[in-house]
Design a protein around this ligand. Structure first.
Ligand SMILES: NC(=O)c1ccc[n+]([C@@H]2O[C@H](COP(=O)([O-])OP(=O)(O)OC[C@H]3O[C@@H](n4cnc5c(N)ncnc54)[C@H](O)[C@@H]3O)[C@@H](O)[C@H]2O)c1
Length: 386
């Protein structure tokens, strides 16, 4: 079994180390901040102890998993690794520097992967002399619990490295989807309207925060309402992703961030972690209750779900991923109640087109343009599935 080297021992790096060690690999974990490395070790020991306590692992298994993870103080320890996964700070120059340095240390056929959420894989690969072995392996947070992994070949990536990486990650009991090297890959692109359209509905005064959350959770079947979810993710983190995707799409209005979110982030109302976000989490705080009006709720659900479907259809149209991978990504990566393309069939493609056109006519904004794929399918009477 190949040795796996992980760089960056923060939330993602330590989670990926746990996954690889649980799958039986010897794992080397490095972080340029010794305190972060120490924290990762303490954290992983705690997690393993908890799994034993809950009866999910035998104590001997937990010990074996922990003994497979070595905490190293330099990337020079990676000389005999078969796969490197980089999970350091989200900064292109810093990542490129790390990849450039790694190439001189690791074996010729070692796969070099980045866990980046938003940077171009091609730009990272271009830092290497052998870019054909570089690709994106994008885990979701928390890595041990989330089944989905997006694998992203750069235009330089060789098919053999892609196949090998996909096979390996599948053997870690993960569901692999393949995404094109485009901003946000699948999940972080297709999910944008869940937040963006909900924020727009809020800003227009159509409904308030608890009502939008109630509608999408109780009537739409989503596990969490968008504002509750943004408060979980952190409004700073979610805003940054939105802004990055917006810029990366050359300011396509479909991905335009909302002032509401920016102001919350600027004010330090980051969500649960700061005690206040869209909701107030401080002790004794009273939060407003939803207006459980079924007609209003349905209007909210229809608008947000249609925008999500439009985004998913456009991702398919532009060959970002296959139909099945797009639906799998959204149900397994962000726990949507059903695949969006399947949902489109249920609603009816013609109805989706009609709803998009109504929005477009009302607002005269490019944000509400209907995907050409939906329009073509409606014209031909086609569905995504048989
Ligand atoms: N947090 C998420 O939900 C999430 C999900 C998917 C992907 N990602 C991506 O994973 C990567 C890591 O994110 P995270 O949330 O784990 O961040 P984090 O801040 O928790 O951890 C990053 C770690 O990298 C270390 N580091 C920074 N520069 C380094 C260098 N040059 N060499 C070695 N170590 C270095 C830091 O000390 C820190 O411990 C980012 O690219 C992020 O976009 C994050």
């Amino acid at each position: 079994m190949i040795k796996v080297g992980i760089i960056g021992s923060g939330s993602m790096g330590s989670g990926i180390a746990q996954v690889a060690a649980t799958a039986g690999h010897e794992v080397l974990l490095y972080d340029n901040n010794p305190d972060a490395l120490q924290r990762a070790e303490t954290h992983l020991k705690k997690i393993m102890a908890r799994l034993v306590e809950k009866g999910r692992l035998k104590s001997t298994e937990a010990e074996q998993i922990l003994s497979r993870i070595k905490y190293v103080d330099s990337v020079y320890a990676y000389g005999d690794s078969g796969l490197i996964i980089e999970a350091i700070v989200e900064n292109l120059d810093v990542k490129r520097g790390v990849f450039e340095q790694l190439e001189d240390i690791v074996p010729e056929d070692c796969i070099l992967a980045t866990n980046t959420s938003s940077l171009s894989i091609a730009a990272i690969a271009a830092a290497c002399k052998k870019p054909e072995r570089v690709l994106g392996i994008h885990f979701f947070n928390p890595a041990p619990l989330m089944k989905l992994v997006e694998i992203i070949p750069a235009i330089q990536t060789n098919q053999n490295y892609l196949d090998h990486a996909a096979e390996l990650i599948r053997s870690w009991q993960k569901l692999v989807v393949i995404a094109k090297d485009t901003p946000g890959f699948i999940v972080n692109r297709v999910a944008r309207p869940f937040y963006g359209e909900s924020l727009r509905i809020l800003e227009e005064g159509l409904a308030d925060v608890p009502t939008i959350d109630w509608a999408l959770k109780e009537m739409g079947g989503f596990r969490m309402g968008p504002f509750t979810l943004m408060d979980y993710i952190g409004n700073d983190v979610n805003y940054t992703v939105t802004e990055t995707v917006f810029k990366a799409f050359y300011y396509d209005p479909r991905y335009k961030p909302a002032f509401t979110q920016k102001r919350l982030s600027e004010a330090g109302y980051l969500g649960r972690k700061s005690g206040r976000g869209y909701y107030d989490y401080r002790e004794g705080a009273k939060n407003p209750v939803p207006n459980e009006d079924a007609t209003l709720g349905q209007t909210i659900v229809d608008r947000v779900v249609t925008m999500l479907i439009n985004e998913a259809a456009d991702a398919l149209y532009l060959n970002v991923a296959s139909r099945d991978d797009i639906d799998t990504a959204m149900t397994k990566g962000v726990n949507y109640p059903k695949g969006l393309l399947k949902w489109a069939d249920e609603i009816g493609i013609a109805t989706c087109v009609e709803r998009m056109d109504d929005l477009h006519q009302e607002y005269l904004e490019d944000r509400y343009r209907c995907s050409p794929l939906l329009r073509k399918m409606a014209r031909a009477g086609k569905t995504f599935y048989e």
